[in-house]
Design a protein around this ligand. Structure first.
Ligand code: NDP
Ligand code: 8X3
Length: 257
């Protein structure tokens, strides 16, 4: 495993699922971690475990990526040692609801757009200038297969992930002359808290999403993120799309009875 000692990795949405698995993967490689989410208690527990096990520096920060002034104030008031971020993993995100567009809930739309698009933009806007100044850094966005193909009832969630896809490509062009890497990791079905959140705590509906298949795990995605982050200096992984073996597209899933 490549060693990332003295590198600082900033992960949004590190309190669960893919973000938490990324924290573990990068901790194992000795990176220092800036971990953000709203559920700060979970981050404190994770920080304590990782510091104890790997002897790395971990800073948990309570952050709602939807709140621009909170993002700006929290990130700009970090101690100097945490301002120099080598790798930003824009992972915080969610789906809410599963409705025909004409029955969709405006609040759900706002929450997805505010988190998945605007939140990613707010964090990136705050972190990227220093990378540009230093001509060094790597942004890894967590997109989705839903950002490549839509699916019935996926409407607004899918639109937010198409936006992430567009932003990834666009940012890469904007920093092309700045020695900064930009990647996206775009998974299919991963069993995390994602579907429980989408279905507002309905565990049965959530578990049906993964019924009859072996879904991806959060660790599978962290593996891909870590791969992107550890290529040779001259290599940029633009995009990784990964699905369970039983999934060919958002709508084509083969399930065992
Ligand atoms: P989880 O629900 O397990 O984790 C989501 C994480 O995002 C949590 O840590 C949550 O933390 C954080 N988060 C959500 N809203 C905010 C917010 N406003 N501010 C800060 N943090 C926030 O889901 P996943 O791990 O599966 O999802 C991670 C990413 O992966 C998302 O972008 C999702 O769209 C994407 N993805 C997921 C797939 C899947 O099938 N699971 C497939 C493809 C992509 P907290 O609530 O503590 O703030
Ligand atoms: C999550 C994958 O297919 O549930 O991005 O939308 S899907």
């Amino acid at each position: 495993m490549k060693n990332l000692k003295n590198k600082t990795v900033f992960i949004t949405g590190a309190s669960a699922g893919i973000g938490k698995a990324c924290a573990l993967a990068f901790a194992e490689a000795d990176a220092d971690l800036l971990l953000a989410a709203r559920r700060i208690e979970r981050l404190h527990e994770l920080a304590e475990a990782l510091t104890g096990k790997y002897g790395i520096k971990v800073k948990p920060i309570k952050l709602d990526v939807r709140n621009h002034s909170e993002v700006k104030n929290t990130l700009s008031s970090l101690e100097d040692e945490w301002k120099d971020i080598d790798i930003l993993i824009n992972n915080a995100g969610l789906a809410r609801g599963y409705n025909k567009i004409y029955e969709g809930k405006i609040d759900d739309w706002e929450e997805m757009i505010d988190t998945n698009i605007k939140g990613l933009l707010y964090v990136t806007r705050q972190v990227l200038p220093k990378m540009v100044e230093q001509q060094r850094g790597h942004i890894i966005n967590i997109g989705s297969v839903a950002g490549h193909e839509t699916y019935p009832l996926g409407n607004v969630y899918s639109a937010t992930k198409f936006a992430v896809n567009a932003l990834t490509k666009s940012i890469r062009m904007d920093v092309l002359d700045k020695n900064i890497k930009v990647s996206t990791v775009d998974p299919g079905l991963v069993e995390t808290e994602f579907s429980v959140v989408r279905f507002f705590g309905d565990e049965e509906k959530a578990s049906n999403v993964y019924k009859g298949i072996i879904p991806l795990t959060a660790e599978d995605i962290a593996d891909a993120v870590f791969f992107c982050a550890t290529r040779a200096e001259h290599v940029n992984i633009n995009e990784v799309i990964l699905t369970p073996l039983a999934q060919a597209s958002p709508t084509m899933v083969i399930r065992k009875q």
